[in-house]
Design a protein around this ligand. Structure first.
Ligand code: FAD
Length: 375
């Protein structure tokens, strides 16, 4: 007898499940996909939206259409809680959705509201689609120079944002300033050479780097450092790190100390075998995983096969995260830095390689006419 699988959130890991929906349905199962937006924007190309390198339709998957075209039910909305005893999902709309097996891929968010800021001029780097709106705002602000842009957070997302904001502002042709603040060193969890290459690139372009400086508040016209210094700011980007959605804690599911859903190597909740999770929203009990799309995508294939196995009481496969992965940071000037283990190198070739890898990934999962303008 067929059972009901619910995909809670349509992030990067669920793409591999969405394209396989037909296989589940042919075996008699029902699928419901829930997502807060009809689209998923691909983070690897997100900062390119800010610089104008990519158009929105080039970097998004129409997850609603992908699900519906293959016979799944799609529910637009935000999940607020799960009741593992009655096997019910609660939505912000008040709707409830029952499940036999549920898989969470709800990602993570940047707690930007903690810093304040002005609506329309303060953007967090997640959700990725905000970069498109930020680009329009930046171009608008550039009409009345000088524009002072502050990026808060010195990790890879902050570096990409600063580099691509510089490019967008530069193309406007008026006076501007870009500053990036890092609580510790810039790119401190990356190979030291990646930091040196970034500092060199930013210095040559006049992007000011403030290391060891924590921003505690964003006001309409300035950012405030921990020491109380006010830095003039017309537009702020928040890239200060990610948090999990509150759904797991509110539902009393086992989580790590930050609130990410705790899963075993089958990607199953350690307490409820019919609850699965993948991507940024999980923590593996056996190993720390960086919050990168690389893992979300790799987990997708194991997840698809384990969800089918869970519906049919069949044996599961184990996810073995790779020890190291390649990350390419888009500097926004036609160059990128490739990081691999303790090595880092930069150049135009890295940028072309990143573009090729990213476009190949898009082709694999843009299966609903996204680029033909039918979305
Ligand atoms: C600027 C930037 C650049 C990055 N570049 C890279 C890179 O080059 N390579 C890399 O590996 N990683 C990169 N990352 C990290 C990457 O973004 C994340 O690791 C990745 O997005 C995680 O994918 P995910 O599927 O878990 O979540 P997401 O991509 O965040 O997807 C989650 C989905 O769930 C939906 N959702 C969320 N909450 C709910 C809810 N309560 N109810 C219903 N739906 C919900 C969202 O709408 C979204 O569609 C970058 C991050 C940023 C910010």
């Amino acid at each position: 007898m067929g059972r009901h699988l619910v995909l809670a959130g349509c992030g990067h890991a669920h793409l591999a499940v969405l394209v396989e929906i037909g296989r589940f349905i042919r075996r008699g199962h029902r699928i419901t996909a829930i997502n807060s937006s009809p689209y998923l924007y691909y983070s690897g190309m997100g900062s390119g939206l800010l610089s104008g390198t990519y158009r929105p339709e080039e970097v998004r998957f129409h997850v609603q259409k992908t699900a519906q075209d293959r016979g799944a039910n799609f529910v637009p909305g935000k999940i607020t809680r799960v009741d593992p005893v009655s096997r019910l999902l609660y939505l912000e709309s008040g709707e409830t959705i029952p499940y036999d097996v549920v898989s969470f891929n709800t990602g993570s968010y940047v707690p930007a509201e903690e810093l304040g800021g002005r609506e329309g001029s303060t953007f967090s780097v997640k959700p990725i689609e905000q970069f498109a709106e930020a680009r329009l705002r930046l171009i608008d602000l550039c009409r009345t120079p000088p524009v002072r842009i502050c990026v808060i957070g010195g990790g890879a997302a902050g570096v990409e944002t600063a580099g691509n904001a510089w490019r967008a502002a530069k193309e406007c042709g008026n006076a501007f300033e870009v500053r990036i603040f890092s609580r510790g060193l810039l790119l401190e969890h990356f190979p030291p050479r990646a930091r040196r290459l970034t500092l060199r690139s930013f210095e040559s372009r006049g992007i000011r780097v403030e290391e060891g400086v924590q921003i505690v508040r964003v006001s309409p016209d300035y950012c405030v450092t921990r020491e109380g210094r006010k830095v003039p700011c017309d537009m702020a980007f928040i890239a200060s790190g990610v948090r999990p959605s509150p759904v797991f804690r509110l539902s009393n599911l086992p989580t790590d100390e930050q609130g990410f859903l705790l899963v075993n190597p089958n990607l199953q909740s350690v307490a409820h075998p019919e609850i699965f999770g993948a991507g940024d929203c999980i923590a593996m009990e056996s190993r720390f995983l960086d919050k990168v799309g690389v893992y979300a995508v790799r987990e997708g294939h194991i997840l698809a096969s384990n969800l089918l196995a869970a519906l049919e009481n069949a044996p599961m496969s184990t996810f073995h995260p790779q020890r190291s992965f390649q990350l390419i940071i888009n500097l926004g000037d036609g160059r990128a830095i490739t990081c691999w283990k303790s090595l880092a190198w930069d150049g135009k070739l890295s940028s072309r390689l990143k573009d090729r890898i990213d476009r190949r990934f898009m082709r694999r999962f843009q299966v609903s006419g996204e680029t033909a303008g039918r979305d």
